[in-house]
Design a protein around this ligand. Structure first.
Ligand SMILES: [Zn+2]
Length: 152
């Protein structure tokens, strides 16, 4: 059988606090966990970048290093982004959305992070950056979402 698929944040039975507990035990990057369908489902690359920007978190931070409150804020941000996307005709599977509609859909115009490399952050004005992440890209604000300090 396939690996267990976790609930979507838009599922009424989604248990945010239970997911926070799972994340508190994950010793890898928080963005990697958001994209992991066994942790939370339906959050693709675009929604992950948007949620991380709203929560002012850098996706390379270690999940287990973040306080419960910050993890809860991040999951709430993901739920908000997905709710807004659905309201604008997006889908809960953003990779599918991009494939079907191309990257210039009307939902893209409301994005705060994804695809905004070189443009000013809508919150602080700093120049947005793009980095490679798991064969894809991560878009983030270096000021609102500082990278974690090196451990050594
Ligand atoms: Zn910023």
């Amino acid at each position: 059988p396939v690996a267990h698929i976790a609930r979507d944040p838009l599922d009424p039975r989604f248990d945010r606090d239970a997911v926070v507990t799972v994340l508190r035990h994950k010793h890898s990057e928080i963005k990697r966990q958001l994209l992991d369908q066994t942790v939370v489902s339906g959050v693709g690359n675009i929604y992950a970048d948007e949620a991380l920007w709203r929560a002012k978190l850098n996706g390379t931070r270690t999940a287990a290093s973040l306080p419960r409150k910050r993890l809860a804020e991040l999951l709430d941000a993901a739920t908000e982004v997905m709710t807004e996307a659905l309201g604008q005709g997006g889908t809960s599977f953003d990779s599918l959305y991009v494939n079907v509609n191309g990257e210039s859909g009307y939902f893209e115009r409301s994005l705060d992070a994804y695809g905004r490399e070189g443009e000013p952050c809508r919150r602080c004005g700093a120049v947005m950056r793009r980095e490679k992440f798991m064969n894809r890209s991560s878009f983030y604000c270096p000021k609102c979402q500082p990278r974690p300090r090196l451990r050594h």
